[in-house]
Design a protein around this ligand. Sequence first.
Ligand code: HEC
Length: 202
Amino acid sequence: MSEVALLQIIGLCVVGVGVAILLFIKAQFLRVVGFVVIVLGTFALIALGVPQMPSLPPAEEKFDVASIKTPADMAAIGQKIFFSKGQCALCHSIGPSESARCPDLKGIGAKLTREFIYESLTQPQAYIYLDYRHEGPPKEYPARMPYINKNPIGLSKNEILSVIAFLQQMSGEPITVSPSEIEMPGVPKMAEAAPTTMVQAR
Ligand code: HEC
C-alpha cells in the first residue's frame, strides 16, 4: 500500500472517531473535541487528495545498451539530452532565433567533423567561434561555452557521443557515431575486447 493511501485510511479513522463521539457522547467538552477531530481529519483528507508531485531533478537518460541498436537510437537519446540535462538549448538554437545569445547549431553536423564537435564540447576554450552576424570585425559571443564533460552539466562520454549523433542527424548528415562505442561501466568495450578475453572474463 502506498504511503498516501495509508495516511488516508488513518485520516478516515480519525474522522470516524470524531463522528462517533458526536453521536454517542453527551459530555460537552468531549463533543467539542470530537468536532475539532472531524475538522482536522477532513482537512488532512483533502490535503492528501491533492496529487503529490515530488520535485526531483530531471530523470537521467538511461543507457540501456540492449535498447540502443542503431545510430538513430543514439540520436534519439542525444536529442533528449540536448534539451534537458545537456542544457544546450538554454544557449543554442537550431535554426535562426531572435533571442539566441550563442551560435545557431543548425547544420553544425555538416560544418564540423565529429572530432571537432567533441573538442568543442570538452575543450570549449581551444577554439572560440566568433559572432559574424553583424557588420565590422567578428566579436565574441556574450556567453561562454561551458565544459560539457565537467560539472555542473557533467555529461558522460556516452551522453556526449549521443549528442553528437543527434547534431549529425539533425544536419542531415550520416551519423558516424556507432552504438558499439558505448561504454558500459566495468564492461570492456565490445570493439576493443578480444573474444578470448571475453571468454576468460566469464
Ligand atoms: C552557457 C551557454 C552555452 C551552453 C549551455 C552550451 N553552449 Fe555551445 N557554445 C556557446 C558559445 C558562446 C559558443 C561560441 C564560442 C565557442 O566556440 O566557444 C558555443 C559553441 C559551440 C559549438 C561550436 C560552434 C562552431 O560553429 O564552432 C558547438 C558544436 C556547441 N557549442 C555545442 C553545444 C552543445 C551540444 C551543448 C550542450 C551539450 C552546448 N553547446 C551548450 C555557449 C553555450
